[in-house]
Design a protein around this ligand. Structure first.
Ligand SMILES: [Zn+2]
Ligand SMILES: [Zn+2]
Length: 257
């Protein structure tokens, strides 16, 4: 399988995943936090036609994940998968879209990929994150989560690649000019992952198959790529595991696992 990002961060997120086997029949888009026009522009950069998107899978209703989902779905007739709670939170925007429901721990299939949803603590109605697999290869995705849980560690075990949130450095967040309420939300148990907790997850998860880790959803104000790279390298020690940082503007190009 292969995957790429249209962009990652609080201004918009979207990940593309495609099976590379014979039976593939399109590309799965995980979130579309960009306007349709912007998504089209970014898809072109990755050589993907909008009509090739076989389904849009949504993690939760925050704008940086759902902004373009239903407009894109209506324009191109793309089916959408999301939890019932996310649907309820976004119902008014979803009219006319081809909606399918998914829930924690109930796998489903799109375009030759198996998607395994798992629940996470985040301040949304019914947020889900996903592992995607095809022919024995597994990609684990985790962003928008406030703290580490056993469920997260077991969901992300034995992945070939991880896209993992490293949102903020706790000290930079507490020294930032953000209002106190926003600092409390981001740093809270249902906010976003600090570098230290992301490092704990990476340290504790089963890495027996891991070849690539991509740091995602970095705060542009309260984090620095060099801090994340140093921590990732420290956790991974001398292991032959590639590391990369997803960018808000460029995302990252196709990775094959
Ligand atoms: Zn987000
Ligand atoms: Zn969120």
């Amino acid at each position: 399988m292969k995957f790429a990002s249209l962009g990652s961060g609080s201004e918009g997120n979207s990940l593309l995943i495609s099976a590379t086997s014979e039976n593939r029949s399109g590309v799965v888009m995980l979130d579309c936090g960009f306007s349709v026009k912007e998504a089209e522009r970014r898809l072109a950069r990755l050589d993907v036609l909008p009509a090739e998107i076989a389904g849009i899978v949504v993690t939760h209703e925050h704008g940086d994940h759902i902004r373009g989902v239903f407009k894109f779905a209506r324009r191109y007739g793309t089916p959408v998968w999301l939890s019932y709670g996310t649907y309820q939170a976004a119902e008014a925007d979803s009219r006319g879209a081809d909606i399918h429901f998914c829930r924690d721990d109930e796998p489903f299939h799109i375009a030759g990929l198996t998607l395994q949803p798992y629940t996470v603590p985040h301040d949304a109605r019914e947020p889900l994150q996903y592992c995607l697999s095809s022919e024995g290869c597994k990609l684990g995705v985790l962003t928008d989560v406030g703290h580490k849980t056993d469920r997260i560690l077991s969901a992300l075990s034995a992945c070939d690649a991880l896209v993992l949130e490293w949102n903020h450095d706790s000290e930079m967040l507490s020294n930032s000019s953000y209002p106190f309420s926003l600092k409390r939300r981001i740093g809270g148990s249902h906010g976003h992952l600090s570098n230290a907790v992301a490092a704990d997850i990476l340290r504790e998860v089963d890495k027996s198959r891991l070849k690539l880790v991509i740091a995602a959803h970095l705060s542009q104000q309260n984090n620095r790529p060099s801090l994340v790279e140093d921590l990732m390298a420290e956790v991974l020690g001398g292991k032959l595991i590639d590391i990369e940082i997803a960018c808000q503007y460029q995302g990252f190009g196709w990775k094959e696992i």
